[in-house]
Design a protein around this ligand. Sequence first.
Ligand code: NAD
Ligand code: DO4
Length: 525
Amino acid sequence: MTITGELLIDGGARPGTGGAIHAVDPSTGATLDVTFGGATKADLDEACALAAAAFGPYRATSPEQRAVFLETVAAKIEAIGDDLIVRAMAETGLPRARLEGERGRTMGQLKMFAGVLRDGGWLEARIDPAQPDRKPLPRPDLRLRNVPLGPVAVFGASNFPLAFSVAGGDTASALAAGCPVVVKAHPAHPGTSELVGRAVQEAVKACGLPSGVFALLHDAGIEISQGLVADARIKAAGFTGSRRAGLALTAVAQGRPEPIPFYAEMSSINPVLLLPNALKARGAAIAPDFVAALTQGAGQFCTNPGLILGIDGPELDAFLAATAEVIAKAPAGQMLTPGICKAYTGGVKALAETSGVTEVAHGLEGGHGQGRATLFSVDAATFLATPHLQDEVFGAASLVVRAQDLAQLTQVLAALEGQLTIAVHMEEADTDLARALLPTLELKAGRVLVNGFGTGVEVGHAMVHGGPFPSTSDSRSTSVGSLAIFRFLRPVSYQNLPAALLPVELQDANPLGIARRVDGKVVLA
Ligand SMILES: NC(=O)c1ccc[n+]([C@@H]2O[C@H](COP(=O)([O-])OP(=O)(O)OC[C@H]3O[C@@H](n4cnc5c(N)ncnc54)[C@H](O)[C@@H]3O)[C@@H](O)[C@H]2O)c1
Ligand SMILES: O=CCCC(=O)C(=O)O
């Protein structure tokens, strides 16, 4: 498949004339081939108009038709073959194995949503049959199902160029819900975006869907990005990236005459809590696993363990000494873009220069555009008094907070911002303490895990990849897993509709054979 640098609109491709974008090989700084043209306001307008026109026919497709469409997207992505991996490697500096795994995860997500569509649970069909004789008042016939919100804007993330990008979780869940999608490609991997975008376009065509179901835009600045979220025809958006951009776009979404849901996944430092008995029993043994999680993908994971909490003493010292030894041998990792590398170096410098923060260890010096792992420590009182120590440093940096005692550790937990994950390392003897802390932890994070690290998100039905602010802009949802579909749906009640008007999911005969809640009880098909 050839990369042309064009915008993908209306089932075809056209050059963008709104400024030029070039991909850069982050390992050399060299500009890669193909100039990508940014969209103009006219392109944006057309993509949104087509998405709005496609919404009616697209949402009228059956769940089975959309399931086949998602499976076709997965097959078309696979059919791109090695060109996709090679281009993604060049644009992101990520290694082949990681990208091949991510491609599998992307295809798996699409297929998972196909399964979700066939199962019908996403409709949340409910029927409260009429009770005409109920006293003192008769009950009307009430039936409920979910319907899609409308066209959705998706912003591809730099750090997962496949699984969180053009056909990633946001796009898959929106398309599953019945929403057309307009993607704003991440400028760091425009070629990867185009290849995947063309695969989605081919699937749209192969499945006989309206061309406006999918569009891919590049933006040479931020005007088109902001214009996309501001466009009245866009009814929701998904985003993964920085807190700064996430908040800027959330403000656009909320400042519209018709505000819309804006699902931004932004920043999280994913605290790791080392409980006393775990530290005593195996503090040193935790070190290599921690460093592996810290340095995976040069630390460029939103689930990266950026904060370690423990009670000061010889056990914590032993953990630090073991960790320092492993970190000292850790090779530097390739950062995704020169900008992200610069931001990481700046973040590490800011930590190093913060009064009361000491560097415990750093990894090996790296080459062009690489970041080396760095571990810092600070006492809990300083941490509590220095709010910027909770800022995400995107990369392989982590801060160990030494609490004087359990009371201070609890104080630190209570002061934490919202997180995607909190990991607890514990032994059986820590169970009572862990039980006491759990109510705090579950209010702070979308996922609480034991004896592991948050990196490596499982794509499944019980996954939450979300959490309270600032980890996301809306803690009620997830961007990974089947629950993500609910971000792009809303419930509608149908009261006293004649049978001839009822949506198929709510008809008495249940022709789709789906599970429904009838008079409060789940009735399996
Ligand atoms: N927590 C995470 O998962 C995560 C992931 C990627 C990046 N980041 C953070 O973001 C930093 C920059 O990386 P990035 O380029 O991937 O993210 P970014 O937030 O700068 O960009 C994400 C998307 O938003 C757009 N954008 C940026 N600023 C905008 C604005 N003001 N208005 C409208 N659109 C805007 C960009 O063009 C891009 O498409 C990193 O150094 C890191 O701190 C965090
Ligand atoms: O960077 C954000 C997503 C992290 C993730 O999906 C993972 O850790 O697998």
